[in-house]
Design a protein around this ligand. Structure first.
Ligand code: PEP
Ligand code: MG
Length: 321
């Protein structure tokens, strides 16, 4: 049975024909970690770290961040915790960051753009806290993920900072290791360039909230353009497919952490498109796990092929359960 009554599955799930799909949770505060584990999440596929920086007068220091990240990793002793580096921009007020007043904040200085620019110090502090937390926990595993990436240069620049932080920590006697390193695919540029990105990262996580907004030029949260910004638009599906196709035959795994991943009616389509990790609001984890267990991969692949050939959103909707 689907929906809210789906039973909690502590164990990992695989499709009916045996393909393992990781079902993880998105969290935005430490208070959500425990409930995510209780719902049977295999790990955290998106830890939004903005909460640490919002509604306060100055940035959290390394020690404060360290405690939070350590707790997150320890909550999933057998799972992976994907922590996204700070993703603020002109649309969220953070007084001490001196964010620019922009005409189009969604197209301005946000995400990785700030971390490699005006917020470089914060970026380094955040990475230090993350790597120290990882070094001090002998359970679980940390992955670091960059938001709003559009170019190879951004990934390379962030990688340079990460490598330097590893070296710095080691020279201080901390046994830091390079964590899994990945990027969000949430811009058309990233989807188009995914075949170049594969040699720089361990994983991709598709952020369909922003990806749909940017692919369709339809502002997220704006009801007037909600039908255009729908995840079932064939243009959005093709951007997802470009990403999974780029990773095919490589060691790069592809997950999804946008809202689209939490809709059980879309699970078969997403498995067919080649995603092997789905991360969502914790409440939907049981229903998606249940759905995964019923899927036949060959049928899912056939569904994805038909959806990718669709000329309109209505045609895609007609294909779905
Ligand atoms: C996304 O854009 O899909 C995403 C998961 O990130 P956020 O919603 O935090 O922008
Ligand atoms: Mg996003």
């Amino acid at each position: 049975s689907e929906g809210t009554e789906a039973r909690v599955r502590e164990e990992r799930v695989e499709t009916a024909d045996g393909r393992e799909i990781e079902v993880a949770a998105n969290v935005g505060t430490p208070a959500e970690l425990g409930p995510a584990a209780d719902r049977g999440a295999d790990g955290i596929g998106l830890f939004r770290t903005e909460f640490l920086f919002l509604d306060r007068d100055d940035a959290p220091d390394e020690a404060e961040q360290y405690e939070t990240y350590k707790r997150a990793i320890e909550t999933f002793p057998e799972g992976r915790v994907v922590v996204r580096t700070l993703d603020v921009g002109g649309d969220k007020p953070v007084p001490y960051l001196d964010l620019p007043d922009e005409e189009n904040p969604f197209l301005g200085e946000r995400g990785i753009r700030r971390s490699l620019g005006p917020d470089a110090d914060l970026f380094e502090t955040q990475l230090r806290a993350l790597l120290r937390a990882d070094a001090d926990t002998d359970v679980g595993s940390l992955a670091v993920m960059l938001p709003l990436v559009t170019t190879v240069e951004e990934i390379a620049a962030a990688e340079t900072v990460l490598d330097r932080v590893v070296e710095d920590l080691r020279s201080e006697g901390i046994e830091a290791e390079r964590p899994e390193f990945g990027v969000m695919i949430e811009t058309p540029a990233a989807a188009f360039m995914a075949d170049e990105f594969v040699s720089h990262v361990d994983f991709f996580s598709i952020g369909t909230n922003d990806l749909a907004q940017y692919v369709m030029a339809a502002e997220r949260g704006n009801d007037a353009v909600a039908d255009l910004g729908d995840f079932r638009q064939p243009a959005v599906l093709r951007a997802i497919d470009a990403t999974t196709t780029a990773a095919e035959g490589t060691d790069v795994w592809v997950g999804m952490c946008g809202e689209m991943a939490g809709d059980p009616a879309l699970t078969e389509l997403l498995v067919g498109l080649g995603l092997t990790e789905l991360s969502m609001s914790a409440v939907t984890v049981p229903a998606v796990k249940e759905r995964v267990s019923e899927i036949d991969t060959a049928a899912a692949t056939a569904l994805a092929e038909r959806a990718l050939a669709a000329a309109s959103r209505d045609e895609v909707i007609d294909l779905l359960p």
